[in-house]
Design a protein around this ligand. Structure first.
Ligand SMILES: [Zn+2]
Length: 344
């Protein structure tokens, strides 16, 4: 089960403290790329790999984040002590970035600092955390943020326990938590592979898939209509929401099928369908799904399965809008002639 980091937040300590985050000098940041370690399905940090930085205008962050997440994560705010949902969380699991899904901390490195904020003696991976000196409030502190999307997380202090002697003092609001003690019976992933009618039909017949529906994701507005999507002004992709039983079908197998049903090498295009609504996209809901997605892409690329590079967007799922009823199960209702999705 994945818990959001802002449930039950009742207040804040002080807001809007401004720090010099804009010019973050993170190690490993080069030309819009960062080196990070993703979460493997075994629950461990994977090999360091290069991914694109996540950069959005504030108005898009405001659509994706709650008011509290935006205040803390994008304006360097601080939640009130003892008010966040995770300062007293003792469950086993992974804390990941509410902005981009990057794994940031794990329960085994958490300790009770008595400060009222979640405290860790080390990050999930050194690569995943950026640091910046912070002299706001007349104090000399070290600010920490997600290296990929620059969400402000909190500060690190040199008064932590062994073995590192560090105390990462983190706001709950900017974290999501994946409970390792709970095996999910259903996982969800949103897949864009061109016109969603045929993609929905194909996944509805795939062994291990429990439910499918079509909708819109990856855009900059909430609750778009099909007409909004077709005007290409909101950045939404046509997607299929796939709910599957991880005991019956692996994420890897699902994504292998995904790459056989569309052209992942053409930007914003599937055959005659042109526009960003038809882009190839994987919107993951659990950080392990991201690692699997990149593994599948790496293997296809290494095997030279396609003549051009894969351009599939891989991103943490944001707001999703279910498509209009007349788009649901369209081919079941009307027949599927002429669809771009090949049968298997
Ligand atoms: Zn992030």
């Amino acid at each position: 089960m994945v818990l959001g980091g802002t449930l039950g937040l009742a207040g804040w300590w002080f807001s809007g403290q401004v720090m010099g985050m804009a010019q973050a000098k993170d190690k490993g940041v080069k030309g819009g790329k960062v080196m990070v370690r993703l979460l493997t399905e075994a629950g461990k940090p994977g090999a360091a790999r290069e991914v694109a930085e996540v950069v959005r205008p504030d108005k898009e962050w405001a659509v994706r984040l709650s008011v509290e997440q935006f205040r803390v994560g994008r304006t360097a705010g601080t939640e009130r002590a003892f008010c966040g949902v995770f300062h007293d969380n003792h469950k086993k699991g992974i804390y990941f970035c509410a902005g981009c899904g990057l794994p940031l901390f794990q329960s085994g490195d958490k300790f009770d600092s008595g400060t009222g904020w979640p405290s860790f003696f080390q990050p999930f991976a050194d690569e995943n955390i950026g640091e910046e000196s912070d002299s706001a409030l007349g104090m000399s502190r070290t600010e920490v943020h997600c290296v990929r999307c620059k969400m402000h997380l909190g500060h690190v202090f040199p008064d932590g326990p062994k073995p590192t002697g560090l105390r990462y003092c983190i706001n709950s609001a900017v974290l999501n938590f994946e409970d390792a003690g709970e095996v999910p019976s259903t996982e969800t992933i949103f897949l864009g592979a061109g016109c969603f009618w045929g993609v929905e039909e194909a996944f509805s017949k795939f062994a291990g898939v429990k439910n499918v529906e079509v909708g819109y994701a990856g855009g900059s507005t909430k609750n778009p209509t099909y007409e909004d999507i077709c005007r290409h002004g909101t950045g939404h992709a046509e997607v299929v929401k796939v709910e599957y039983d991880p005991q019956k079908v692996s994420t890897e197998k699902l994504l292998q099928r995904f790459f056989t049903m569309h052209d992942s090498t053409t930007l914003n295009r599937q055959g005659p369908d042109v526009g960003d609504q038809y882009r190839s996209a994987i919107f993951f809901t659990r950080p392990e799904q991201e690692a699997v997605a990149w593994d599948v892409i790496d293997k296809l690329s290494a095997a030279k399965k396609f003549s051009s590079p894969i351009v599939t967007q891989v991103e943490l799922a944001g707001p999703y809008t279910r498509g209009e009823e007349y788009h649901q199960k369209y081919f079941e209702k009307h027949g599927g002639g002429g669809c771009h999705v090949p049968t298997e």
